[in-house]
Design a binder for this molecule. Sequence first.
Ligand code: SF4
Length: 354
Amino acid sequence: MNDLTVLSASPRNDWSRAEILALFALPFNDLLFQAQTVHRQHFNPNEVQVSTLLSIKTGACPEDCKYCPQSGHYNTELEKEKLMEVEKVLEEAKLAKESGASRFCMGAAWREPHTRDMPYVLEMVKGVKALGLESCMTLGMLTSEQSRQLADAGLDYYNHNLDTSPEFYGDIITTRTYEERLDTLANVREAGIKVCCGGIVGMGETADDRAGLLQQLANMEQQPESVPINMLVKVAGTPLEEETELDPFEFIRTIAVARILMPQSHVRLSAGREEMNEQMQALAFFAGANSIFYGEKLLTTPNPAANKDMQLFDKLGIQPEQVQVTDTDAEQEEQLQEQIRQEESKQYFYDATA
Ligand code: SF4
C-alpha cells in the first residue's frame, strides 16, 4: 500500500483484512502521520466533540457480555437501579449542557426495550432535544418499529456496538449473535437515525481481531457517524477481570487505523480513559480521536472528572466542538420546551427491572 491509497480516500467500503493489517504494521510515526493527515482533511484538528453519558437503568441485564459489570450473570456488587424518572434524566441533561456537553447519551442495561418502556424513553429523547442537546440512546436490540418511534421522537444517534471481530465475538457474548447486532444497526439506519458503533480492545483478542472489528465497521454500506473505541475496564467479578493489559501503543494504533478507514466519522475515546494518562490521551487525539465522554461516570465505571478534561483541553489548545443550531432547530426547541412543560406534572416511574 502506498500513502496515496490512504490519503486520497473518501470513505471506502471494501477494505480487506490484509490491507488493514498492513496499516497496523506501519512504523508508528508513519501511521500517526497518515492518520493525522486524513483527520485534517475532514475535521478541525483542535476540536473534540464532548458527550455526556447517563445510565438511565443500571444492572440486572440478562445478556452475558464478559466485560460488563451490568450483566446479571456476574456478581460485581453493582447496585441495580430502576429506570430513572424522565424529570430526573432531564435535570442531568441540563447539568451536562451547563458543563459544555453538546450530546447527551442515555444507556439502559436491557437486552431490548419492552413495549412498556418505550413511552418513557421517547419522552426522554424529546426532553433532551428540547434542551438543545443532541440525543443518543443505547437500549439493546431494536425492532424496526421501535427504531421508527425513536426517530419520530427526534433521536439523533443510536449506540449499538459490535464489540469485536465476528471470529472472536462468541468468546465474549453468547446470549445474542453478531447477526442480531447487525440487524439492529440496519433497523436504526433505515429509520434515519445516525449510527454510533464501535468496540472494545484489550479483551484478549488478537491483532487480527482488532483489524476484523475495524473491517466490519468500515465496510458497512454507510460507515457509522460515531465510532467509540473502548479500552477494556477490568471490573472485579467479571470473567475478564484478570485479562492481560493491552500495550498502550496498540490502542493508539487502533485509533489511528480507525481514523484512516473511517475518515468522516467521529472516533471516540471511550471507556478506559480513566486509566490513560494525559500524554496517552494527547496521543490518541493526535491519532484522530475527536470525541470523548465527559463527566464523572461512564455508565458504571469511573471517567476522569470533567474539570480534568477541561484542563487537558487547555494544555493542548483544544476546544469542545459546538452543535450547529439552525432556525428550524430553534423553532422545534421552543415547541418541545412547551411539550416538556406540559409533561412535567406527569410521573414516569416504574419498576423496569421486574
Ligand atoms: S454490555 Fe449491554 S447488553 Fe451486554 S451485559 Fe452490559 S448492559 Fe447488558
